[in-house]
Write a protein that binds this ligand. Structure first.
Ligand code: GLC
Length: 622
């Protein structure tokens, strides 16, 4: 880290010298990617100098700690949309007691920057990266919020949409106006020939709601690349000036005091004809450049990468030891495994799937639901190895969470359904997918109890896991699907709005008491994790074999004790027995105590019984 101490700023010239002294790696990455762009590199150093010069002393003080907080086991996140959670930033400020009482220590704010008017993909079409969306407040209020949160020991993550801007961003408007400099910020084509060649090797992200990767602009008689919606124009990172602009904004956001910046859709940022234009080597180099820049100019700020791809590929976004990329990544595969195991009651869908430790001092975010759909990124080979037909299995999951199978407890909707292949993803809130909506509709006491237990189990699976647990706002109340999006013309076609309803705090006091019970249980799970991990560090987490496929076995090797913590999770609504030989073969003997309930288990007896969806966290007693 450079930038001097927290008291004296140093002159601009000194700051520039310090940056230059630390930028050998940055320079080599940059000039390898952009050969002959010495002038642009010099401009990058200038903008970094300005940003570091402007960085407040209080933030520089935080910078001394770098991103150590990212690995603190006490970090518990919640992701939320400000407008849905509390209407405005001021409203959110008033609800901080609620979040603090729940035990949240990291708030992951979904897009808060000024968004396109009209349809805007939930804010992922940014009109102005330097202003807060006027519908929720302004930058002064945002700064206030950040300092309030910091006073409470809560960290803040903000979304930064780097793959594209909205088509009403000032760069896009200038491009539309004929300014070739700004046209070179995007991927413009005079005719359809090159887009057609591109399309040959590109996949589609939104094949139904926004087919194709290019949009014809009749006013300009040109084509522009739009991987996502037609109003989201892909930025052209082959142009170093684009990267400089985006780094300038990155540092502007970092200087607002945020602790983490979520880089949206990172696999897509580098495009090349004749390739899939996903996960390209150059995309990694851009991320390494982001990382170098942030480590020099705002080293306490962590980069969270959004890469929803196969587990092996997600892992590559931690970068390599000599040149790291993201500090934190979403454990998207684990999320899919959870839902797979819940539908099938088969814990092997977690136990036998590939799991990877985070790399380069980074960390995973573990979660079960977020603002997006559940895309069935299953490991094809492993599913086959388990004896299932891959497509039949995937279709089973799609139909199960759509709720149309006879044995399904779920209420959800399809997302991006393809009538030709039958492929789809699924939408729905955690509680509705876990059965609460059906149970309440039928007023069936048994189903209510089971769905409650499922909701708890799903939360326990990611709260009691190494990494950063991330809740999705509303799930802590067992909030159900919200169908109001269907009457909004800008949303009706996109079923992800099903699980983006307004936060229903009233459920705590009115409505079915089950919501309050869900809240209490999740709150105590969070408190439990924090308490447990104050004095205990998880050195290693691994899954171990259990002869009963309904039960997942996971253990933590911890400091202070030679014996690990043993976790057992029953994925079935039926009671399940576990033969203690499954434990003894790991050399675990004697009496163990469940840390959640105080129940004791003697491994010298033959079996351990787990009730419906029951889970334990066992510690050695004697
Ligand atoms: C990310 C967001 C998603 C959005 C897309 C395009 O995947 O999570 O909600 O639609 O990027 O910006």
């Amino acid at each position: 880290m450079v930038g001097g101490d927290s008291t004296g700023k140093g002159t601009k010239k000194e700051i520039k010298q310090q940056i230059l002294a630390e930028s050998a790696q940055l320079e080599s990455l940059y000039l390898n990617l952009y050969k002959g762009s010495e002038v642009e590199f010099e401009a990058l150093i200038e903008l970094m100098t300005d940003a570091l010069w402007q960085r407040r002393a209080a933030l520089k003080k935080l910078d001394l700690e770098e991103t150590k907080w990212v690995n603190s086991a006490k970090t518990i996140g919640m992701m939320l949309y400000v407008d849905l959670f509390a209407e405005t930033i001021e409203g959110l400020t008033e609800k901080l007691d609620y979040l603090e009482a729940l035990g949240i220590t990291l708030i992951h704010l979904m897009p808060v920057l000024e968004k396109r008017v009209g349809e805007n993909d939930g804010g992922y079409a940014v009109k102005n990266y330097r202003e807060i969306d006027p519908q929720i407040g302004d930058m002064a209020q945002f700064n206030q919020l950040v300092s309030q949160l910091h006073k409470r020991g809560i960290r803040v993550c903000i979304d930064y949409v780097i793959n594209h801007t909205a088509n009403d961003h000032e760069w896009a408007l200038k491009a539309i106006g004929g300014d070739v400099t700004y046209q070179s910020y995007y991927w413009f084509f005079d005719n359809e020939e090159t887009p057609r060649r591109f399309e040959k090797t590109l996949n589609q992200v939104f094949p139904n709601v926004a087919p194709g990767n290019f949009t014809y602009l009749s006013g300009m008689d040109k084509w522009v690349m739009t991987t996502f919606y037609p109003f989201q124009w892909d930025l052209n990172y082959q142009n170093p000036i684009v990267l400089n602009e985006m780094i300038d904004i990155l540092l502007f956001l970092a200087n607002q005091g945020v602790d983490m910046i979520r880089l949206d859709a990172i696999p897509y940022i580098w495009k090349a004809i004749g390739t899939s234009s996903r996960n390209m080597q150059e995309a990694h180099i851009i991320l390494k450049i982001f990382r170098e820049v942030i480590s020099i100019c705002a080293p306490s700020v962590a980069l969270l990468g959004e890469a929803i791809v196969s587990p092996e590929t997600i892992l590559t976004y931690f970068g390599d030891a000599s040149s790291p990329e993201c500090h934190v990544l979403y454990n998207a595969s684990y999320m899919v495994e959870i839902w797979n195991a819940i539908a099938t009651r088969d814990a092997r869908h977690i136990a036998l799937m590939p799991h990877f430790e985070s790399l380069n001092g980074g960390n995973w975010i573990n979660y079960a639901r977020c603002h997006d759909d559940i895309g069935w990124g299953l490991d094809e080979n492993r599913i086959r190895q388990l004896g299932f037909d891959f497509y039949a299995h995937k279709n089973y999951l799609i139909d199960f969470y759509y709720g149309i199978l006879k044995d399904s407890f779920s209420t959800g909707e399809l997302y991006e359904y393809d009538p030709v292949t039958g492929d789809a993803r699924n939408s729905g809130t955690l509680a509705s997918l876990a059965g609460l909506e059906k149970a309440l509709a039928t007023n069936d006491q048994y189903m209510k109890e089971l769905s409650f237990k499922r909701i708890e189990l799903i939360h326990a699976l990611f709260i009691l896991k190494r990494g950063i647990p991330m809740l999705y706002a509303g799930d802590e109340l067992g909030q159900l699907n919200n169908y109001s999006y269907k009457s909004d013309v800008h949303k009706a076609h996109d079923s992800r709005w099903l699980h983006r309803g307004a936060h229903e705090l009233r459920l705590l006091t009115s409505g079915n008491k089950i919501h309050r019970l869900v809240y209490e249980r999740i709150k105590s799970l969070i408190a439990f994790r924090k308490h447990l991990l104050i004095s205990t560090e998880i050195l290693e987490e691994r899954l171990f074999h259990i002869g009963n496929d309904r039960i997942l076995g996971r253990c933590w090797k911890v400091d202070r004790s030679e014996q690990p913590y043993i976790q057992l999770f029953n994925f079935s609504e039926d009671r399940q027995w576990l033969h203690t030989s499954d434990l003894k073969r790991n050399s675990w003997h004697g009496v163990w105590v469940d840390q959640l309930t105080g129940k004791e288990f003697n491994f010298e007896e033959d079996t351990i019984l787990l009730g419906p969806y029951e889970y334990f966290l066992l510690k050695y007693k004697k």
